[in-house]
Unconditional design. Structure first.
Length: 129
């Protein structure tokens, strides 16, 4: 009986040491895996930056052409004479009416969104989500 009393505490200490070591190794692996996931996500976002720049450039070009169309329509309406209400109505109609019924502003094209807007929203869904 006395031999068991001397053997049990060292066995418990060794068992506790092994379990603690295994727990620490498992936690270290989880931390390494988490940092690896963060690195992967940062690299993926870094690789998407050129796509964002291209989308913004395309959308800026679209906005520029839209602004120019509005200014031209406003200038034509102002130069056409008539009452202010007629000039406003003519400017509104010229802005939204293009050739063959398509939109001069590019707001819609037969029910579809303009390409810069749709590419930006699709990129936004896949890029930063």
């Amino acid at each position: 009986m006395s031999a068991w009393v001397f053997l049990i505490p060292p066995v418990l200490v060794v068992t506790w040491g092994v379990l603690t070591y295994n727990t620490m190794v498992r936690l270290r692996q989880m931390v390494d895996e988490s940092w690896s996931g963060i690195d992967t996500e940062l690299k993926r976002r870094y690789d998407l930056i050129p796509n964002l720049v291209d989308v913004v450039k395309g959308y800026a070009a679209h906005e520029s052409s839209t602004f120019e169309a509005v200014v031209r329509a406003r200038d034509r309406a102002a130069a056409s004479g008539g009452t202010p209400a007629r000039r406003r109505r003519a400017a509104r109609m010229d802005c939204f009416r293009g050739r063959n019924g398509t939109s001069a502003l590019g707001l819609t094209t037969r029910g579809q969104r303009i390409w810069p807007f749709s590419s930006f929203t699709s990129w936004n869904r896949t890029g930063w989500a």
